[in-house]
Ligand binder design. Structure first.
Ligand code: SF4
Ligand code: SF4
Length: 446
């Protein structure tokens, strides 16, 4: 069997330190870096003499026996689209309401009518969850995300729901945990105390910059929210995992260091706090589009990298989970993550709240509802004709581009939104950061 370097391995050059040469690579399928004492081509030609090493490189997909890019692509599509099948955790993002007490101009829910989940949807959720767990015996844990709009507008509903789903999971012998995605305003200590007892483990709040900028977006009747957020959530970081989702745009990028010193001064628990960087996609109806980066542009990549470097310098954990997307919930054939809208309709995308049939699946009220997306492999492969011709090494990191963005820009999910230059810049930039901060690099998650 002839082995050779995988098409999804990016060459990052050679270094020579004190006469010791190293060849560096990045694997776009596993998202791992590796440094080797020789180049992969030479290593492959000698592999028969070291079967264990060959097995290791093959298992981790640094080398392959596939003879064509097309077969490798098929294998990557299979791996990525079926990643949900054996996932032990089912993630349900439940939208309690699309109402909100703030009025952020970029919110993707600005083009939907705002309302609460009906009693009927609340009542249907436990039996929907039960059906999914019975259908998929591999599920050993349920993670419920309380999502909005602003879920804290419905505090007692949040608590009742947590208690109810926790009980359901206990009957099914499935572990339960929950998270809340909130603008952070309107909580009280009693809420957090009861929520902890009901399985709430983590909280994600959104930040739009340091004080002045954040408060220009996120104020309640003209009063800024930044100071209050930092004060309340730094205290909560003692007991909860806190995600500080930092919305990146041209203005917020400039004050990121100021934000880092503010969270430092507010004594957030570093072990429990993670900054989540996200370049906000400009929406057609947002009148402040000039603040925003074009998604997957060089400018966006540079913003991610400079903020990641600042965070590394000051030892803050950072999630770069939004950098390489898709793969995402949309690209899973048998999804381990779904979003439920307030009307009970299931969406395959966290940003799609309309009735677009490319993203909506059916209603949780329907006992026959199937979450399986039978067409996904074919859609991705049909879209990827040019990627195949170009033998693109970045395919596993983009899967031809974000479908919801395609729908906005191309008016169809068929076709590609190529982010080759962005992906190349991100991978090379991450490699530089790995070399500059070898001891700390693992606090970046991507
Ligand atoms: S389709 Fe795009 S916006 Fe939706 S979940 Fe996937 S990557 Fe995210
Ligand atoms: S869309 Fe562009 S970056 Fe993505 S796999 Fe195809 S060629 Fe590569």
């Amino acid at each position: 069997m002839k082995l050779h370097k995988s098409s999804f391995v990016v060459n990052l050059g050679i270094t020579n330190s004190d006469g010791i040469k190293k060849w560096h690579y990045f694997n776009t399928l596993s998202r791992k870096f590796i440094s080797l004492p020789d180049n992969l081509k030479n290593i492959c030609s000698r592999l028969n003499t070291n079967e264990k090493f060959a097995e290791f490189l093959k298992r981790r997909r640094w080398i392959t026996s596939f003879t064509s890019y097309s077969d490798e692509m098929k294998d990557a599509i299979e791996l990525i689209t079926t990643s949900g099948v054996n996932n032990r955790t089912l993630n349900i993002i439940f939208t309690l309401t699309t109402r909100c007490n703030l009025n952020c101009n970029y919110c993707f829910q600005n083009n939907v009518s705002r309302h609460d989940a009906s009693d009927n949807v609340f009542l249907s959720l436990p039996s929907f969850i039960r059906r999914q767990i019975i259908l998929k015996p591999t599920i050993k844990k349920l993670r419920l995300s309380l999502f909005g709009g602003e879920p804290l507008l419905m505090k007692s509903r949040c608590l009742n729901l947590l208690q109810c789903i926790k009980n359901e999971c206990s009957v099914l012998s499935v572990e339960f945990e929950s998270t809340i995605v909130t603008n952070g305003i309107g909580s009280n200590p009693e809420f957090w105390r009861i929520a902890t007892e009901c399985g709430l483990k983590s909280v994600q709040i959104t930040i739009d910059g340091s004080e002045k900028l954040h408060d220009s977006f996120r104020n309640l009747n003209g009063v800024g929210t930044y100071r209050e957020l930092l004060s309340v959530y730094s205290q909560l970081s003692r007991n909860f995992k806190i995600g500080l989702k930092y919305n990146l745009n041209r203005k917020s990028k400039k004050c990121f260091s100021e934000f880092l010193s503010d969270i430092d001064n507010n004594c957030f628990n570093r072990k429990n706090t993670r900054i989540i960087l996200e370049v906000v996609k400009p929406m057609e109806y947002n009148n402040l589009q000039n603040y925003y980066f074009q998604p997957f542009s060089m400018e966006a990549a540079n913003a991610y990298l400079s903020c990641a470097e600042e965070s590394l310098k000051f030892d803050w954990q950072v999630s770069l989970g939004h950098v390489f997307q898709p793969p995402c919930m949309y690209t899973q054939e048998n999804p381990s993550t779904i979003l439920i809208r307030p009307d009970g309709v299931v969406s395959r995308c966290i940003s799609v709240f309309n009735d677009d049939s490319d993203f909506t699946v059916g209603n949780i009220n329907d006992p026959k509802l199937s979450l399986i997306n039978h067409n996904i492999k074919k859609i991705i492969e049909d879209n990827a004709i040019k990627c195949k011709i170009n033998k693109c090494p970045y395919f596993p990191l983009c899967m031809t581009g974000c479908p919801s963005l395609k729908k906005m820009k191309l008016k169809t999910i068929r076709g590609i939104l190529c982010s080759y230059n962005y992906l190349q810049r991100m991978v090379q930039g991450l490699f530089l950061l790995k070399n500059m901060y070898p001891e700390k690099f693992d606090i970046l998650y991507f």
